[in-house]
Design a protein around this ligand. Sequence first.
Ligand code: PMP
Length: 429
Amino acid sequence: MTQSEVLFERAQHTIPGGVNSPVRAFKSVGGTPIFIERADGPYIFDVDGKRYIDYIGSWGPMLLGHNHPEIRQAVINAAEHGLSFGAPCPAEVDMAELVSKLVPSMEMVRMVSSGTEATMSAIRLARGYTGRNTILKFEGCYHGHADSLLVKAGSGALTLGVPNSPGVPDDFAKYTLTAEFNNLAQLESIFAEKGDDIACIIVEPVAGNMNCIPPVPGFLQGLRELCDRYGSVLIFDEVMTGFRVALGGAQQVYGVTPDITTLGKIIGGGMPVGAFGGKRDIMLHIAPTGPVYQAGTLSGNPLAMAAGLAALNAISQPGVYEALTAKTTQLIEGLQQAANRHGIPVTTNQVGGMFGLFFSSEQHITNYQQATQCDIEAFKRFFHLMLAEGVYLAPSAYEAGFISLAHTEQDLADTLAAADRSFKALATS
Ligand code: PMP
């Protein structure tokens, strides 16, 4: 038995499914999850001493690579002064100012401790601000696990085939409308019928929880126009895309300005952090300036702020996104070529440092329906072949992939050589 198998067996006695977040259990790909002992740069090392080139990056935060020296040092320095104060601290002000500078639509910012908290709070704020109850989300988009957002959600929920989770009362779910991603015509008709009741649209501007699906031209602009026409709040959930597809997020790439933005992952540099922010007059509705309640014992935690500030300062340096995008392009073009060489139908998507690999002969995958028609069996086999080769891909066909600045030319070459052998094995068996 490997050490991972021993730990997984032990874990299942006291942790449901042996994991603290479902997709980690490898349920959709089968096999035993690997337990990680340490991580450095582009690599993670399991408890059996095996090294993997990592394309998950802790599900997004590790844009600079694991265990980045500046982030680590910032956390160590902050820890010297105490771990939590439950009172305001200077780093929170620095963080709010920096976020506002990097993402100008976020005129005011509130820090929280996870992406789920950020989206949940943003939804409450949009409802409180508009005095409306109904919200609209898209099929296959995941926005964390708050009740009203676990309706036809993607990510782990999609993977496990429980899109409407038990425990979410019908009375909550009925306020959540779902529409097809990238289908503006459908949205127009939903708004024509119910627009005056819709508090907000929440969208992943590049969907990353049904693999990676960019918006079609005009889609995000269309959302903006509809929200303006009906007085609804437009929320861009940039928990994944923020600081990943560009320094200013997807809103910078596509030139569409939301009213509220949610952030997570990279903004914490690996610590548990989320944020939401937006237009000043909307944000002032939050307590204590306004009546919409929102709070957190550990919000704005000094260690988390130190890690996040170090991360954001490092990624603000010139050339970062050019390098990240070039590495990602090199990887996905190489994967596509390797698949082509062995006659395996594959389609790839990329926006900045975010990518998707679909086992499909469709040229353009634009929505949930198409994403779920991919060859999941082929993906599972490819995943395990790559894992055996020492390449750690997301253990689900419905997750976007992430590269880091720490991935070297050699890492990419090694990954592509492994992919070539894996596609070959797929083709010949
Ligand atoms: N929104 C999006 C777009 C996400 O991808 C995620 C997590 N993958 C969340 C929200 C929830 O964030 P967290 O897991 O930090 O609660």
